[in-house]
Design a protein around this ligand. Sequence first.
Ligand code: ATP
Ligand code: LTN
Length: 269
Amino acid sequence: MRVFSGIQPTGAIHIGNYLGAIRQWIELQQNYECIFCIVDLHALTVPYDPQTLKDLILEKAIVYLAAGVDPEKSIIFIQSEVKEHTELTWLLNTVTPAGDLTRMTQYKEKSRKFKKNVNAGLLNYPILMAADILLYQTDIVPVGEDQKQHVELTRTIARKFNQRFGKTFKIPEAKLAKSGAKIMSLTDPTKKMSKTDVPENYIGLFDTPEQIKEKVMKAVTDTGKIIKYNPQKKPGISNLLTIYSLFSGRTIKELEKKFKGKGYSDFKK
Ligand code: ATP
Ligand code: LTN
């Protein structure tokens, strides 16, 4: 079975990327044929500085290795160095319904966020992602929850292509982490933690311990003061509980018990 996944070299990589995607990769590489890509062409769809992009690509490669992607077991590469990704993108463009693209949540959010740069690449972004995946006859795509919709579209595109031209592509499946598939922003726990947002919203993998402490202490919490997991009613504390649980290896139930009778600031400390 083959695994394919990628991360954009945009901005600072954060614990959402680690808990939602990279942590799954490390496990999967033990038993599957894994291909992990630095998707630099995707990064060109939002404003960027051509000079620093190279450094950001190198930084992502460092993160892959430091987090435990083993180059003896997994393939690591830069998307733009394999021209077939863009070639297949064009062919897939011709079988993708345009209406499906305008319905994508990420497109809607990013075109709102980057009002001055709503380029066609932002719209066609999921087709390049479909090409990444389908090019390698991928079985499994480990991603965070926000990318599930794009993998669904990839399946639709593959089916359409296969119907029209005969069985060509494997139909891939998204794989989400049981816990951590959607780590929320520290400044607005109703939105996902994101690279293209203010630094206070994320805990960067390159943040210093002091920066991390400061961001956690300032993290938005909810009304009331009980340490209880309830993502609907208490999204702030629930997010912090999820993060703490995943990094400590303790269950949320254990943590709730440990902090019974204590307040948010005790918990944050
Ligand atoms: P942006 O928010 O600017 O689009 P990003 O932080 O989502 O950037 P990507 O490179 O798009 O970064 O994502 C890389 C991987 O990390 C993807 O599999 C994505 O689903 C996952 N991921 C991103 N944010 C989170 C999050 N908050 N929680 C869990 N997984 C996440
Ligand atoms: N769109 C993804 C990054 C990405 C990807 C892929 C993930 C590009 N190509 C192929 C999995 C498989 C994102 O995280 N924003």
